[in-house]
Ligand binder design. Structure first.
Ligand SMILES: Nc1ncnc2c1ncn2[C@@H]1O[C@H](COP(=O)(O)OP(=O)(O)OP(=O)(O)O)[C@@H](O)[C@H]1O
Ligand SMILES: [Mg+2]
Length: 452
């Protein structure tokens, strides 16, 4: 626990000296003062990890000083020292935000234990705040749009994963943002300055896999007229992103496993092993556990790569992000197309909310791009979004399904036109509020998504 900074404020010089020596002996960095104004200015200039405050400071209240310090160092733990030991003063201090209190004369072990616990707790709350700050805006995350709980959880996992080197497996359906997440994870990690190399396992013919991944020496096979570096060598020091990992041929899975275990590989025709330092991120839209069960994917490889799984939500399960994403794409394409599209008409937006988005964010992005390219006015109307994605009205379906679809559509219309006002919507539908709520539940709709 060495090096943590502790501020001690006491008007008893002997006490200050004793505490100073004790805590320094434990490896803490200690500042002492007997003056409240000085204590306050020190706490503003230095980031202390913890403070010990005497409750009575030459007539001034330690509690007031504590409150003042907390103004700038919000969740810094403050331990109150009291010579009076009355329960009331201690309780008052705790009520006002003290972490704990010690009654003079106090036991050395008790003092050290309280300090240790206080520091621990502070570290945790600071870490949580830091993560929250990061999730909010900064770094590689600013391109990832999503304020839904589901997306915020994903971003928090990404931040945590970025701090370690463990292999990550991103699981999500087509267009949910797997590659975007993998790149952000790379940018947030200590490997940021090193390469991010992406390979699509489905796109490489089986016979070429080894040569592509490991490279080859000149003359390794007919046609190898010069040596070539493989993806593994190119990604050294950085991140290797293996997309569609479930499509990797079996023979290759075994070889990949060996690289992950030994952190070395042999280029084709090479005699000497090449050492690499690589973080592996894989992505899949399949259920790898199932693939293991059916024998399509090696179990040992699965455990190697599945250390940190990150599941990406479907777009239809985070409807509240659709508006944000739409705004984001409108900005993006306004820039790229040099246009000045302001937004969508209510009916166009209503369509975006009711569509199921099998192609997820990519489909939404393409839809907006198409509509903006075709738009002749600054507001995009539904007709620019409908023709590209017609509802399958031609096919005949079971009556129950057709009715359900109609019902959902009808409710979406109501919610859109009432801007999520359930009472109003229920009235228009001539339904009781509770029945209307049941309908919302049945179709997995939330009125809040339609507010504003
Ligand atoms: N949360 C998001 N915020 C902003 N843009 C996103 C988000 N998620 C995805 N996108 C964008 O959607 C498109 C598809 O994302 P990406 O290629 O990462 O998905 P994927 O899961 O790898 O898709 P596929 O399975 O088709 O390979 C990209 O243009 C990406 O920038
Ligand atoms: Mg992808």
């Amino acid at each position: 626990m060495a090096g943590e900074k502790i501020l001690i404020v006491d008007d008893d010089m002997n006490m200050l000296e004793v505490l100073n020596l004790r805590l320094q002996a434990e490896g803490y960095e200690v500042s002492t003062t007997s003056n409240t104004a000085d204590a306050l200015s020190q706490s503003r200039d230095t980031l202390f990890d913890l403070a010990l405050l005497d409750l009575k400071l030459g007539g001034q209240s330690g509690i007031q000083l504590m409150k003042d310090i907390h103004q700038t160092s919000m969740d810094m733990p403050i331990i109150i020292l009291t010579a009076f030991g009355t329960i009331e003063t201690a309780v008052e201090a705790m009520k006002e935000g003290a972490y704990s209190y010690l009654t003079k004369p106090f036991d050395r072990r008790e003092l050290l234990l309280q300090i240790k616990n206080g520091l621990e707790k502070y570290k945790l709350s600071r870490e949580v705040r830091r993560l929250k700050d990061l999730v909010g805006e900064k770094y590689g995350l600013k391109n990832i749009i999503g304020k839904s709980k589901k997306m915020q959880d994903v971003l928090e996992q990404v931040l945590r994963a970025a701090e370690v080197d463990s292999n990550v497996c991103i699981i999500g359906e087509s267009g949910t943002g797997k590659e975007l997440i993998a790149k952000s994870l790379h940018i947030l990690s200590h490997r940021e300055e090193k390469p991010f190399v992406a390979i699509n396992s489905a796109a490489i013919p089986e016979g070429l896999f080894e040569a592509e991944l490991f490279g080859y020496q000149k003359g390794a096979f007919t046609g190898a007229i010069s040596s070539k570096r493989g993806y593994f060598a190119k990604a050294d020091g950085g991140t290797l992103f293996l997309d569609e990992i479930a499509e990797m041929p079996e023979s290759m899975q075994a070889k990949l496993l060996r690289v992950l275990q030994d952190k070395t590989f042999y280029p084709l025709g090479g005699e000497k092993p090449v050492e690499v330092d690589i973080r592996i991120i894989v992505a899949t839209n399949k259920n790898l556990e199932e693939e293991v069960k059916t024998g399509n994917f090696r179990e040992d490889l699965f455990y190697r790569i599945h250390v940190i799984p990150i599941h990406l939500p479907l777009l239809k399960d985070r409807k509240e992000d659709i508006l944000l994403l739409t705004d984001h794409f409108i900005k993006k394409f306004n820039n790229e197309m040099n246009k000045d599209i302001k937004g969508l008409s209510a009916s166009a937006f209503q369509y975006l909310l009711s569509h199921l988005w099998p192609g997820n964010v990519r489909e939404l992005e393409n839809t907006i791009e198409y509509a903006m390219a075709m738009a002749s006015s600054s507001i995009i109307d539904a007709d620019l979004i409908f023709p590209r994605k017609p509802k399958d009205k031609g096919s005949l379906k079971p009556l129950k399904k057709a009715k359900d679809e109609f019902e959902k559509d009808y409710i979406l219309n109501l919610l859109t036109s009432t801007k999520g006002n359930v009472s109003k919507a229920a009235r228009m539908a001539a339904k009781h509020r509770s029945d209307f709520y049941n309908l919302l539940k049945k179709h997995d709709l939330k009125a809040i998504d339609f507010k504003g």
